[in-house]
Ligand binder design. Structure first.
Ligand SMILES: NC(=O)c1ccc[n+]([C@@H]2O[C@H](COP(=O)([O-])OP(=O)(O)OC[C@H]3O[C@@H](n4cnc5c(N)ncnc54)[C@H](O)[C@@H]3O)[C@@H](O)[C@H]2O)c1
Length: 292
């Protein structure tokens, strides 16, 4: 079924994830003990298990930087758009203009979206999106839902992609205070701000596609809006292996240029600096490439 991230056989800690999620999840590199406790690939050498399925041999003369993101974030952004079932002429709104969001925007365009709208508060990230011809909304100084309705003749975007997940920044509102109180007593683990806003903004009959990661429990999920307005909610850890080959073809054909998001190149020994720049959005950091 090509649901690689639902694999039932690659997570040696399946019991832990089963307790948390009801069923076991797959093993993932560098993604905590919940998904197997496998070390990530940010080392001089990495052992690739089940290499016939998990490694892609690059036979053309593409550079490492052109193909590097095929291992995670490019397929993730693409899956976000793919799950939207985009039709020619669709308007697609993407929350989050980080690396994953930028790739979701590029993928939405490749898949036929007429208008792509980027939502974030980091102006340099919005500028990167604008440079590709996408419309931008700064959520710090704009009411996002109203702006989206205005851009779509009052209906809302046909498709909405959450490329932010549980670390979303909240706006100031009474719901924010409610969330803070619940989080303080550990009875709400994730920040559902973007998910709620995407559901409330999406046009009736549209699709909300979630590739930002959620890990636990959220409150005030707008089930009524979801049900009564026939919204489709789709999500998943990326089924990377499904998308690697077709995306490699798109890179070769020049349809997608993954290198456009690289802002910093550092040696592996400077990895802590790279993480710091990325996490704190310093020096207009969008994506750091580490060279072993
Ligand atoms: N599903 C998968 O398989 C998969 C794979 C890789 C990454 N991810 C997830 O994708 C998400 C994005 O990854 P990234 O590397 O681009 O992260 P990132 O932190 O660089 O980008 C997130 C962006 O969201 C913005 N943001 C925060 N609150 C917002 C709000 N309320 N509205 C709009 N934008 C808001 C931030 O300013 C930031 O620019 C993360 O949750 C990451 O874990 C998922």
């Amino acid at each position: 079924a090509e649901l690689y991230s639902c694999c039932e056989n690659t997570n040696p800690n399946a019991g832990i994830s089963e307790k948390m999620f009801g069923h076991p999840t797959c093993g993932i590199y560098g993604y905590s003990h919940l998904t197997g406790g496998f070390a990530g690939g940010q080392a001089e050498y990495a052992r690739v298990v089940l290499a016939d399925a998990n490694a892609l041999k690059i036979e053309s003369d593409l550079t490492d930087e052109q193909v590097l993101f095929l291992s995670d974030i490019l397929p993730t952004g693409y899956m976000g758009a793919d799950m939207c079932d985009i039709k020619d002429g669709d308007t697609v709104a993407v929350w989050g203009a980080g690396p994953v969001g930028q790739f979701a925007m590029d993928s939405a365009r490749v898949l036929g979206a007429e208008k792509v709208i980027a939502i974030d508060k980091e102006t340099y990230r919005l500028d990167m999106a604008a440079a590709q011809g996408y419309t931008t909304i700064n959520f710090e100084n704009t009411d996002v839902r109203s702006a989206l309705l205005e851009l779509t003749g009052g209906r809302g975007p046909d498709k909405c992609i959450d490329a932010v997940g549980l670390e979303a920044t909240h706006g100031a509102s009474h719901v924010h205070l409610y969330d803070r109180a619940k989080q303080a007593v550990r009875s709400e683990t994730d920040r559902p701000h973007v998910l709620r806003q995407a559901i409330m903004s999406c046009r009736s009959g549209g699709v909300v596609s979630v590739i930002g990661v959620y890990g636990g429990l959220i409150d005030k999920f707008p089930a009524g809006a979801w049900m009564n307005r026939s919204l489709t909610l789709r999500t998943g850890q990326c089924h990377v292996q499904k998308y690697m080959r077709p995306l490699l073809d798109m890179i070769e054909q020049g349809k997608i240029d993954p290198t456009r998001i690289i802002t910093h190149r550092l040696p592996l020994t400077d990895a802590p600096t790279g993480y710091d720049l990325f996490k704190n959005k310093q020096d207009h950091c969008e994506k750091v490439v580490l060279t072993p």
